[in-house]
Design a protein around this ligand. Sequence first.
Ligand code: F6R
Length: 616
Amino acid sequence: MCGIVAAVCGSRDVRADVLAGLKTLEYRGYDSAGMAVLHDGAIEIRRKMGKIANLEKELQENQLPSSTQAIAHTRWATHGPPADRNAHPHCDDRKDLVIVHNGIIENYLELRQELTDCGHAFSTDTDTEILANLIAMYMRQGQDLHGAVRAALEAASGSYGLVAMAAAEPGVLVVARMDSPLVIGVGEFGRFAASDMPALLHLTREFLILENGETAVLKSDSHQLFDKSGAPIERDLYHCNWSPEEAERGGYPHFMLKEIYEQPAVLARTAFDRCNDQKGDIEFELEFGLSQDDLRSIKRLRFMAMGTSQNSALIGQQMLAELARIPGETLNASEFLYSPELEEDNALTVVVSQSGETADTLRAMREVQRRGGKVLGICNVQGSTLAREADHLVLTHCGPEIGVASTKAFFGQVTALYLLAIHIGRANSTLDAAAGRKLIEDLRHLRVNLDASFRPEVSEQIAAAAKYLATVKSCLFLGRSLQHPVALEGALKLKEISYIHAEGYPAGEMKHGPIALIDENFPVVALATTGRTYQKMLSNIQEVRARSGKVVVIAASGDSVARDASDFMIEVPEVPELLAPLITIIPLQLLSYQVALLLERDIDQPRNLAKSVTVE
Ligand code: F6R
């Protein structure tokens, strides 16, 4: 969603630094962009609807003066349509101060009325402009910028990641956070702020992470954090081990493609350091913090997540049931709030999120904790809200995922859930050491098999199926058991980046309704890998073909029965059933990518979507 980058330095002109940071946030999804500087006591702002390239053009034609402090923003419209005037930064009506803001001020109408009554005038449709005027009002009443920001946020309700600068206080940035991520970068020549660490990796790898309700005053050579009550607080620096290169495309045409190709490396990073092959155990790092006794006491699991992460959670649920014999359910995190309060004893909630900042997911996590339950987070971003607030944590170590359509994060999550299932299974003795060793060995073999997914023959099969799918309006994805969530994920990928309508179903459900849709123009993508569901999947494929539906089949290499039953066959290596989701997801990701490429879609930034959905 919206992105923030800001800098304050001693002598360096920061315009280019801030713009470079803004560009790294392009992937988050936005509809306009802007930047403001403070120069010779005056605030100057440039804002443009559309891509950052439009802002850059504006900055060339209508340059901002050089400045040692700047704030910039990419906006994802909430209040008011995408338009130059609604783009951030926003200033008060006398241009005394300027702010960028992520989040939503819920009582903005009430505040607007109060400010109008006091004579303030507004020129945008945004809630942010109201906040800017409110802060300005407190400054005029004698507060400094920090005091005025705190007073305004006291009066406002809602969520914010905020950076403010005032003409009267050169060399100062004030930042604040409530339910919308905000990090402070501590560099050699200045202090920085951003909604996301990758936006500052070209400037520093040392960060301070702001907690809800906290504010900070940044100067070129110092920073001071304050808690909710305004009392100064100290915090250790957090060193981010992501490199700036990891957040770059590295020669690939799209981040999504780069991230699909990174999956073999993700397997190694997520899994192998944690595997004790000799003992058949998984050794999680310290952050995990669940003792063997804790693990043995778990009688029920609840998985919660949104989108792709929910699909991986559904796979995790099945893995945990199979290997650790613990029953579980998977909930869409946004629905959890409305569920009845049940006993949390002997239950563990596994919350899965790539970003660790998804608003619905965080809300659900906090609700579990409020009800007395414990949360294990599975998360990719160290230092994110989920990583900090979960009672226990497993990091997936996928590296930054930039493409809006999640790929390697799904892969890392499923891998981590497989490890978790082995770990709990070993602890509660549903798996003995030999079984643990075998499951780890299977994972090591998978590493070799993954390379086969990128062979030229397979790429040709995917290209042929993609050429066909690019011509259709709708499509069904079918799978059973562990391949059912893969079907859901395949459909999600296709609709997200190609805008072709696609739905995933358990194949057994097809005859209960969706089959009515099948005709020569309504194809099916069927996951028919070897295992307990294979024969039934073949029957489903025949049912589709009997109704003139075309079928793209994902099946094991050399499976001539599946080949004969398919219009398009995409081969995958044969792997143990439990690991098959990690092998079948790759052609589905590549299939969507190829379809979107043929349809000339904006693959890394599909319309209307945002990478990290930080509002409910
Ligand atoms: C789909 C996608 C989204 C996210 C969802 C949850 O490609 O990326 O569906 O999976 O918004 O995000 P995280 O995992 O960051 O909580």
